[in-house]
Every structure is written in structure tokens, then in C-alpha cells.
Design a protein around this ligand. Structure first.
Ligand code: ASP
Ligand code: MG
Length: 415
């Protein structure tokens, strides 16, 4: 069997959903499990609903827009039978109830935001059936079993693997349509796996079912050497080793969710990244392979913050102080993207998520004199050659730079 994952852009309106059905018809040459994200920008909109509700502001208006958007697509696809509409409307009532609840923010977030995937999968499942496909909608929360870390659910692999096994029988008869990004806890509450987590869901199902491959259908022709919106001469990789793809995601390449590669590599399951607008293009295959000379890969990570901790007592930065810094980072659950030390300062760069980082800075200020800059971009050039090295080392506005034998990183002020 195979796993297909369709992201938000591939189900954003009636014609893209029709395209998904065409791809399934043409390219599913064996049993298929389909993982789908929320339609278009629904996840962002639902996040807004949660934020407004939390601030006791009017969220009805935003919610109504999301509802109208879904109902419009349903109408355009001719899926307006009363019982289906009732199912959809009930989901919106559920959102309203959950958003209005008081309690832990992250918990409420997951109960509300997960509905985006429930809705899109209901729609796709219904559409496929209406076109004569033998499709079955399944609730991923009964299969992807997680702990109660809301918004970052940690998968319980043992329970998940066990829960998923009965799908093998169903897949012999039917195309399974289910949700990306969401999971369920022991207590039957909903969790999400972190933003853009649907790729990860596809990898989890594939691993548990020993799939032949996973295909992520995207709006780009494959994994590219840079974001083509930023560097129009970016090229598409034909193939990549798992390790290389995993490192790309570490440096911030957003084409695949960072957690996706490991479960697939462990089971030796190839991951294909293909273009849903032009499925005949080969795309990129990520698998166990050796590529002799990979062209340079350039990743831009925006919204970075450079934090410098300076020792104040005329001593030098030592192991004790470093351990205080790392301890504090770990307590605040903040990951370092690049770091450097000098005699009296230790500097590092992190994703700037204001509340979280400001709290971190406050904690560090108890032990150090702390300086920080925001609005920076971290550029990573992996597998650099002489030309790319020369180009990026001389960028204007450099705040910090670092190179190893294969990788150059420069942190620059946005011009
Ligand atoms: N819908 C979720 C998001 O936008 C998950 C995903 O698309 O992978 O983050
Ligand atoms: Mg998405």
C-alpha cells in the first residue's frame, strides 16, 4: 500500500479537490491511505478564532467566514445532501462550544484547530464517494495516539502501531481518507502534532503499515535547492539521501516537516515529493542512496533573534556559565539555531516567538548582562562551493558567521 498526503493548497477549493480525485484515480495503482490537511488557510483562521475567544473578543464573525468558505466549496462540488450538511454544521457548533470554553489555552487550541482537518477530510471523503470511489473516512484520533502535550503531541508509537493494524484489512477494499496533524489521547481528547504536522502523520501511518512509499503532493515541482520565490534559479533535486533531507529540515527548509524523515528512514520507505499541478513531473525521491556531489542548498530562516549573554564579573565564559545558559534554554523549551562564544560573551540565535523569548531573556538576565537583536535572517548554505561561499560570506549587515567544511551560516540584518 501507499500513503498520499495532500496539503492545504491542494484542497483549497472545488477545482483543486477535483484535481486531488484525478491524481488518486491516475496514480493510486495499489491500496491507498490519503492524509489531508485543512483547506487553504483554515488553520490560520481557526488559530485566530481561538485567540479572539481567549481575549473575550468577538470570534463569531471569523468563524462564520470559515463556515461560509466550506459551505461554498461543498456547494460547488454538489455535495449538498441534507445529512452531509448536518454533519458539517455540527462541526461548526462544536468549534463554537470549544472556543467559548474556559481553561488551558493549548488544550482549547487543539480542540478547535483540529476541526480544520476533520472538515477537509469529510469533504474529500464525501466527494470521492460521490464520484464512485470506494472511499472510507476515518478519524485519525483513534489511530495516532499521543500523550497530553497539547499543540505538540508526542506520539506513543507502541499504541499507535497497534491501533493502526486493523487498517490493513480495510485498505484491501477501500481508499482510506483521514486527517493529518491531529491525534488522540488516552482520555479521548484531541491533540495536534505541531504546525505543518500532516507530513509527519503520513510518515507515522506509512511506518506502522509498512507502506511501499509516501507521496507528499505540493505546489512546487519537488525539493528545491532554495525557495524559488527567493531565488528564481533554484533547481529541483532528483533524489536525496534521507540524512540530507533531514538536515535540510533542521536548517529550516519548510518543504517537509522536520519529524517526517526519521520514521521513514528507519523502515526504509521512500518519500516522494511531487507537484499536484503537474503530476507527470518526476519530483524528488528521498531514499537510501548516495549522491556524489550535491549542489549547494540555501535555506533562509526569517524572524531570528540574536541573544548575547555577557559575564559581568571580569571572568571569562566558562563551563559553569554555559551550563546555566543551556539549563535556562531547556527550561524555556527554546532551541538554538547557531551559537558562538568569545572571552566574555556567549551568543546564540533562536526563532523569535516574542512572549517565549522575552521570558527567556528575563531569566538569563538574572545571571548575565543580556543584549538582543530581532528581525534577523539566518542563511544556511549547505554543501557550499567556492561561488556560493564567496557570495554569502560577503552579505551586507552580517551579525554573525560560521563555517564548517560543508556548511556556511550567516546571520544578517534584514535590509
Ligand atoms: N493544517 C495544519 C497547518 O496548517 C497542518 C498541516 O497543514 O500540515 O499547520
Ligand atoms: Mg499546510
Amino acid at each position: 500500500m501507499k500513503v498520499f498526503k495532500f496539503g492545504g493548497a491542494s484542497v483549497k477549493n472545488a477545482s483543486t479537490i477535483q484535481n486531488v480525485a484525478a491524481i488518486i484515480k491516475e496514480y493510486a495503482d495499489e491500496p491507498l491511505l490519503v492524509v489531508v490537511s485543512a483547506m487553504g488557510k483554515t488553520t490560520n483562521a481557526l488559530e485566530q478564532v481561538v485567540a479572539l475567544a481567549h481575549q473575550k473578543k468577538d470570534f463569531q464573525h471569523t468563524l462564520e467566514e470559515i463556515k461560509l468558505y466550506h459551505l461554498q466549496v461543498i456547494e460547488n462540488l454538489d455535495l449538498t445532501d441534507p445529512s452531509f450538511l448536518k454533519t458539517i454544521v455540527a462541526q461548526f457548533q462544536e468549534i463554537e462550544k470549544n472556543a467559548s470554553a474556559t481553561g488551558d489555552y493549548d488544550f482549547i487550541y487543539d480542540q478547535v484547530v483540529s476541526t480544520g482537518e476533520i472538515l477537509s477530510s469529510l469533504l474529500l471523503g464525501k466527494y470521492l464517494k460521490s464520484k464512485g470511489f470506494a472511499a472510507e473516512w476515518l478519524d485519525a484520533r483513534n489511530y495516532i495516539r499521543t500523550d497530553e502535550t497539547y499543540r505538540e503531541g508526542k506520539v506513543n508509537w507502541e499504541k499507535t502501531r497497534e491501533a493502526v493494524q486493523p487498517l490493513k484489512e480495510i485498505l484491501k477494499q477501500k481508499i482510506v481518507v483521514t486527517q493529518g496533524f491531529i491525534g488522540g489521547t488516552e482520555n479521548k481528547t484531541t491533540t495536534t502534532l505541531g504546525r505543518e504536522g500532516s507530513d509527519y502523520t503520513a510518515a507515522i501511518f506509512a511506518s506502522c503499515l509498512q507502506a511501499k512509499s509516501v507521496t507528499i503532493w505540493k505546489d512546487v515541482p519537488g525539493v528545491m535547492s532554495a525557495d524559488p520565490k527567493r531565488l528564481p534559479n533554484a533547481i529541483v533535486f532528483d533524489e536525496l539521501p534521507y540524512q540530507e533531507a533531514a538536515e535540510m529540515t533542521y536548517y529550516g527548509a519548510s518543504v517537509i516537516h522536520p519529524k517526517t524523515i526519521k520514521p521513514l528512514a528507519n523502515e526504509n520507505i521512500p518519500l516522494l515529493v511531487k507537484n499536484f499541478d503537474n503530476p507527470a513531473l518526476p519530483g524528488t525521491i528521498i531514499h537510501a542512496c548516495k549522491v556524489e556531489k550535491l549542489p549547494p542548498l540555501i535555506v533562509f530562516k526569517d524572524n531570528q533573534c540574536l541573544i548575547s549573554c555577557k559575564v559581568t564579573d571580569y571572568s571569562f565564559v566558562n563551563e559553569h556559565q554555559m551550563s546555566t545558559i543551556f539549563e535556562t534554554l531547556s527550561q524555556h523549551d527554546v532551541r538554538i539555531n547557531v551559537m558562538q562564544n568569545s572571552a566574555i560573551t556567549f551568543s546564540f540565535c533562536v526563532d523569535f516567538r516574542d512572549q517565549k523569548i522575552l521570558k527567556l531573556i528575563e531569566s538569563l538576565s538574572k545571571s548575565f548582562e543580556v543584549y538582543y537583536n530581532t528581525g534577523l535572517t539566518l542563511i544556511t548554505v549547505k554543501n557550499y562551493d567556492a561561488a556560493t561561499f564567496a557570495e554569502y560570506i560577503s552579505k551586507p549587515g552580517v551579525m554573525l558567521e560560521q563555517s564548517s567544511r560543508t556548511t556556511l551560516q550567516v546571520l544578517v540584518r534584514n535590509s
